[in-house]
Ligand binder design. Structure first.
Ligand SMILES: Nc1nc2c(c(=O)[nH]1)N[C@H]1C(S)=C(S)[C@@H](COP(=O)(O)OP(=O)(O)OC[C@H]3O[C@@H](n4cnc5c(N)ncnc54)[C@H](O)[C@@H]3O)O[C@H]1N2
Ligand code: MOO
Length: 579
């Protein structure tokens, strides 16, 4: 049942010293650009009235009621009671009670909660693990008031004292509260990836681009592709019992009688050992049948009687590798969605897998536009050296994209139409320049004429704001990078990985995060992408970037995606650069 957004009140619990965080004002802590109490208030913005219970906060809007429990710090039930009292004139029988320590709470989670209240006395959010959050709930106001009135005093009472006899729960993902410094750190890390606005663009790309066709190739031809099916072993490793050391295969208890023959690696058909026998064996050789273990050279000695014994004080252990000890046949070794690296190819060889099923690697055509751009010969006035064309394939490669070829286009409508029309032999067109709105900027209009579907059209980030990601009716993806060289590389590094994820079915790699040591130098109203270099345990941002060249990438190890209004306590996403 959906509930009109206006028929509830909200009590936000924003007091209480955070004991596990050293007694600080937890609701005042920032995760991203807003404090936890502001997040709670924003989440219940659709309420008829909002009352915030806790110390007075000057930064809250005037239409938000503020009150305090009596005495201060007398617990959640006391705070709920104070909140209800402040909401005196009641015109709704539903009250949302929300703690101000939920970094991910938003209007959508409150709507889910309200929709689940239905006719029950109360409904509480429960997290993915089934843990119920009693301070993230929607109540019948009459039930809540009744339960509180039954208490001698609300002061010092735990929430469980007021739970109704029956209530519902509804699973809401990301409802984890923030009780410890580690919780806060995790919340800030999660936020870092979303705060800049580029994750929204990347999510659209991952959801909307169609995946490439599947190919079956030998593991050594698959590098750079992404497994479409898991890599499953075709044979056990080791294939047979083998020796892990140079030494002796022995049977039964010492002393052992040494046989004349030797088990070399690659040989087979050695006669079975009988009890009391030993035979010399090389690392990697098959252990002869009848052997009970292998003893390495360092742990044995041949005595005067010509018999083999363990040296006193050496560990009694078997230096063989048993068949299937590393893996058995039919074992999933590498998950679908993994990029085939040299290591993955090698594992396939170890596992006797002759063919793997992959998508990709993505093959791109790079396209350079701009009549002023010149690759060879001296520059005429007004011309600009092509300083990105020759190096772009290196940056594409670091995003797991192969460059098939490179073309230079005139800034004419025909040239762009022709390019989009005949590029059926690649997966991706990476167009540099022509993303702006200027007279010579042809890309958007050409995409429109080609009936392309635009997936990302501009992103609120500097540089790279004018970028575009679209898909042609034949499935070929077009990535438009701004013409300024640093803007082009920054845009590529932020957006191309998501295109690769979508086209190849790759599991998105976990974001790489770090802390800036000079946030004040790069703080801004809009998200920024800036080159960074290591600075002790953190990263120092280069705030003075100019986009017309790549000088600011020299000596820098990564680009940092800096959300608006960053604080030094907030991590930033790092986009690694060429090594
Ligand atoms: N009225 C506005 N104009 C512009 C804005 C804006 O917001 N309002 N944004 C500026 C920014 S920032 C960028 S970035 C560019 C993006 O425009 P385009 O993608 O159309 O790029 P172009 O105009 O083709 O080129 C921009 C700049 O880069 C030089 N360039 C292009 N290709 C190369 C190359 N291969 N090697 C070296 N330099 C290259 C080109 O000569 C231009 O100077 O729009 C701004 N304008
Ligand atoms: O924003 Mo442009 O994309 O800076 O150089």
């Amino acid at each position: 049942m959906s509930r009109s957004s206006r028929d509830f009140h909200a009590v936000v619990l924003a007091g209480g010293a955070a004991r596990r965080m050293g007694g600080i004002d937890k609701p005042g802590l920032r995760v991203g650009a807003t404090s936890l109490v502001e997040k709670a208030v924003d989440a219940v913005a659709a309420a008829r009235r909002i009352v915030v219970v806790g110390p007075h906060r000057a930064n809250l809007a005037d239409d938000i009621l503020q009150t305090r429990e009596e005495p201060a710090h007398s617990g959640p039930v006391s705070a709920i009671a104070a909140g209800l009292q402040a909401l005196s004139s009641s015109d709704s029988d539903v009250v949302v009670v929300l703690a101000a320590d939920l970094p991910s709470v938003d209007a959508a989670s409150i709507a889910t909660l309200l929709a689940a209240l239905d006719d029950s006395s109360a409904v509480f959010a429960s997290d993915q693990d089934g843990r119920t959050q009693y301070l993230f709930g929607a109540w019948r106001r009459s039930v809540l008031e009744q339960k509180i009135s039954e208490l001698d005093t609300p002061a010092g009472q735990p929430v469980r004292c007021i739970l109704p006899a029956t209530f519902d729960t509804v699973t809401i993902t990301g409802v984890d509260d923030c009780d410890t410094p580690a919780d806060l750190r995790l919340a800030r890390e999660r936020n870092a990836v979303h705060a800049s606005g580029i994750e929204f663009a990347r999510e659209s790309i991952r959801e909307q681009l169609p995946p490439l066709a599947i190919r079956r190739v030998s593991p050594t031809d698959a590098e750079g592709g992404v497994l479409a099916e898991p890599l499953i072993s075709a044979a056990a490793l080791p294939h047979v019992d083998t020796s892990a050391m140079d030494g002796y295969a022995v049977s039964g208890a010492e002393p052992w009688t040494l046989r004349e023959d030797v088990a070399y690696a690659g040989t087979s058909g050695l006669g079975a050992l009988r009890d009391g026998d030993a035979v010399r064996i090389a690392t990697g050789a098959r252990v002869p049948s009848g052997a009970t273990s292998v003893v390495r050279d360092e742990h044995v000695v041949v005595g005067d009687d010509g018999r083999l014994r363990r040296l006193p004080g050496t560990p009694v252990k078997d230096d063989s590798r048993r068949r299937g000890e590393d893996w058995q046949p039919e074992t999933e070794l590498v998950a679908a969605g993994t990029t085939v690296t040299a290591a993955v190819a090698s594992v396939a060889l170890s596992a006797e897998v002759s063919e793997v099923t992959i998508r990709g690697p993505v093959r791109a055509r790079t396209v350079f536009s701009g009549n002023e751009i010149r690759s060879k010969g001296p520059l005429d006035p007004g011309q600009t050296r092509d300083s990105i064309g020759p190096v772009l394939p290196r940056y594409l490669r670091s995003c797991s994209i192969d460059t098939a070829d490179s073309v230079h286009l005139d800034d004419t409508a025909d040239a762009f139409d022709d390019l989009l029309d005949r590029s059926t032999d690649v997966d991706l067109l990476v167009v540099v320049g022509a993303t702006g709105g200027g007279a010579a900027d042809q890309l958007r209009s050409a995409l429109e004429r080609a009936s392309a579907t635009t997936i990302v059209n501009r992103v609120p980030v500097r540089p790279g704001g004018s970028q575009i990601t679209a898909v042609l009716p034949n499935g070929v993806v077009v990535l438009g990078l701004p013409g300024n060289p640093l803007a082009a590389v920054s845009t590529l590094m932020m957006t191309a990985p998501a295109i690769v994820d979508a086209l190849t079915g790759r599991t998105p790699p976990a974001p790489w995060l770090g802390y800036l040591t000079n946030t004040t130098d790069v703080d801004s109203d809009v998200a920024r992408i800036v080159p960074v270099m290591r600075d002790g345990a953190g990263w120092r941002a280069d705030a003075a970037v100019r986009t017309a060249h790549l000088l600011h990438l020299v000596g820098h190890n990564a680009l940092a995606v800096v959300p608006p209004h960053i604080s030094p306590d907030e991590p930033v996403e790092l986009l690694p650069l060429l090594r």
